[in-house]
Write a protein that binds this ligand. Sequence first.
Ligand SMILES: Nc1ncnc2c1ncn2[C@@H]1O[C@H](COP(=O)(O)OP(=O)(O)OP(=O)(O)O)[C@@H](O)[C@H]1O
Ligand SMILES: [Mg+2]
Length: 604
Amino acid sequence: MSSLFSRPRRRTATTSVTAAPARGDVSTTPPPSTGQQSQHPAARPRVAPRPPARGWAGRGGGGAGYVQAAPMWRSTTVQACGLWPWSAGTGSPMVGVPIGRNIDTNAPVCADPISWFQRANLISNPSAFVLGKPGLGKSTMVRRWCAGLTGYGTLPLVLGDLKPDYVDLIRALGGQVIELGRGRGYLNVLDPGEARATAARLTGTAAARVTADAHGRRHQMVASLISIARKAPPTDREESILDRALRVLDERTTAIGGPGRVPVLADLLQVIREAPEDVRAVALDRGDIDRYRDITEHLEATLIGLTGTGRLGEMFSKPTTTPMRRDAPVVFDVSSIDEADVDLSAAALLACWSYGFGAVNNANVLADAGLEPRRHYFVVLDELWRALRASRGLVERVDALTRLNRQRGVGLAMITHTMSDLDALPDADDRMKARGFVERAGMLVAAGLPEAEMTKLSGVVHLSRTEQAKLVSWTDPPAWDPVAQTESAPPGQGNFLVKVGGRTGIPVHVDLTAAELALNDTNKLWHEVSRSGRPQDAISDLIDEEGVRAVVEEGVTDAPANIAASDATPVDAAAAHDAPSGDDLTSTAISSTGPALGLDRGGA
Ligand SMILES: Nc1ncnc2c1ncn2[C@@H]1O[C@H](COP(=O)(O)OP(=O)(O)OP(=O)(O)O)[C@@H](O)[C@H]1O
Ligand SMILES: [Mg+2]
C-alpha cells in the first residue's frame, strides 16, 4: 500500500541511483575506526538521496509548490468500506433536519433542537436561540427547521409572524394561516378555545385541570391587556374582581338556558357593572354599592377602552374569526399591524401566545388521557427584539416559556439580531431575564455578528478566537458588480455556527432547495417597476411607437423643467462627459439624476 504514496526517485545522471545500494542493503555497522583520522568520503557507505516533503525542486523534479486538499465524498458504510482505511466519520451527528454542509469539511450537517434533544440526547432542552445581523438568513434557517420537523411529524406553531416570513411556508405545508389585525381578523381574549370541548371529554382532575388552565390564561390575558392599555398593571383588588367576574360570566354562559355562546369583553364589563354578590364580596365594598362603583370605576373605564374601537379595542373584543386547529401547522399572521403601533403588536403577540399555548395544553392533556395521539409542537418566536421591546409583560412570558418548554412538550426557536437587543431593555430585571434566554437555550445558532458583539456573546457561551473571527467575517459587505449593476449576496448569507455548550461550533452553510426558493421571496413588493411617478406629460411627445425606454429617459433629462443650469457644478459636468449615452438605460438614468447633462448639451 505504501508504495502507492512513495515519492518517485530522481533519475538523473548525477545521482547514480543505480550505483547506490538499495535502502535495505545499506549497512548500519560503522566502518572500523581509524583512530584520530577522519573517515575518507569515498569510504562512507552511499545512501540514496531522498526527496524533500514537497518533491524535488527544479525543472523535471515534480515538486509541488501547493499541496491540494484531497477531495472528499460522502457515502454509506457499505459503499465506503472498499476505501478502508481512508474513510473518516463526520464531525457532527447525522440526527435531525438536514440544514446544509459543514463549511470546513463539506460534510452534511443535520441539526434541529427537537431531534437533538429527543433522539440524539445532545442538548438539555429542545430550544434554540438564533442570532445574527439582519438579512443573513435567520428566518430562512428556521423555516427549514419548520419544514423538516413537519416531515418528522412535529407541528410548527408561529405565534405571531410580524413580517410575514412564515405564511407561505405554512400554507404550502397545508397548515392554517390565521390573520389578525384591525379590520382583518379578531382574537377574542375570553375565548377558551377548545378547552370546554376538551374538558367535556375528560373526567375528574384532568377535566378540572383543563378548565383551571383556560380560566387562568384568560384572566392573565385580560390583565395583560389592561397593563398595556394603562402602562401599569391592575391592582390586587382589580385582579380579584376580574377573577371573580370571569367565573360568574363562565357560570352564566355555560348554564342551561344561558346564552350558550363564547363571552366577549363587553360581557365581562356588563358583569362588573351589574355588581353580583360574589364580585362585590371581593371588591370589599362593605355592603355599600356607591363604594363598589368607586372601586370599580377605573377598571370599568379601562375595559370600556378595550371594548371600543380605541387603541387596543376591536381586535380582542370581538368573537374569534378563525379558531385555531391543534392538529396542523399554524401561523398567526400579525404583519398588518404597523411596526410603530408598539402597544397593539405587544397585545397581539401576547394574545397569540396565550391562545397558542392553550391549544398545546389541551393537546397534551388529551394525549395524557390516551384520547389523542401525542403531538409535539415547534414554537417559533421570530423578531424577538420587537416582542421584548413592546411590553414588560412579554419578557416574563418568554422567561416562563423558556423554563417550561420541555415539560410542555414544545420545541422553541427564538430569533433576534444581537445580544445588544437584549441589553437594550430598559429594566435591569428584564435584561437579566433576557440573557437567561440565551444561557438556557439548548443550542445557539449564530450568523454573522459585529465585532462588538463578541464580548457579550462570549460572556454567555464559550467562543474560541477562530470562531469569533469566523462570525465577524460573515458580516463583510457584499461585492458590487459594476457590469451587472447589482450587489451580490452578502458573503455571510446562509452561514451559521451551531454551538452546543462548550463544544466547538459547527460552521454550516444552508443551501436552499428550489422549493424553498419559491417560498422565500421577501421582495414580493419589488417585482414590478413603479411607473406611476414618471413625468409623463413632459415626455409623452418623445416616446416613439415602441416606447423605447432609452429615449424616454433622455427625454426626462432634456425636459426644460429638469435643466437647471445654475445648479451645475464642474464636477457634475465632468461626470456628464464620462456618462455613456445611447441606449445604455442604466447609465443614462444615473446621469439624468443630475442637471449636468442638460448643461453639457446646452453648451454644445
Ligand atoms: N441560505 C440562503 N441562500 C440564499 N439566499 C438566502 C439564504 N438565506 C437567506 N437568503 C435570502 O436572504 C434574504 C434574507 O433572509 P431572511 O429574511 O431569512 O434573513 P433574516 O436574517 O431573517 O433577516 P431579518 O433579521 O431582517 O429578519 C431573503 O431574501 C432570503 O431569500
Ligand atoms: Mg427574519
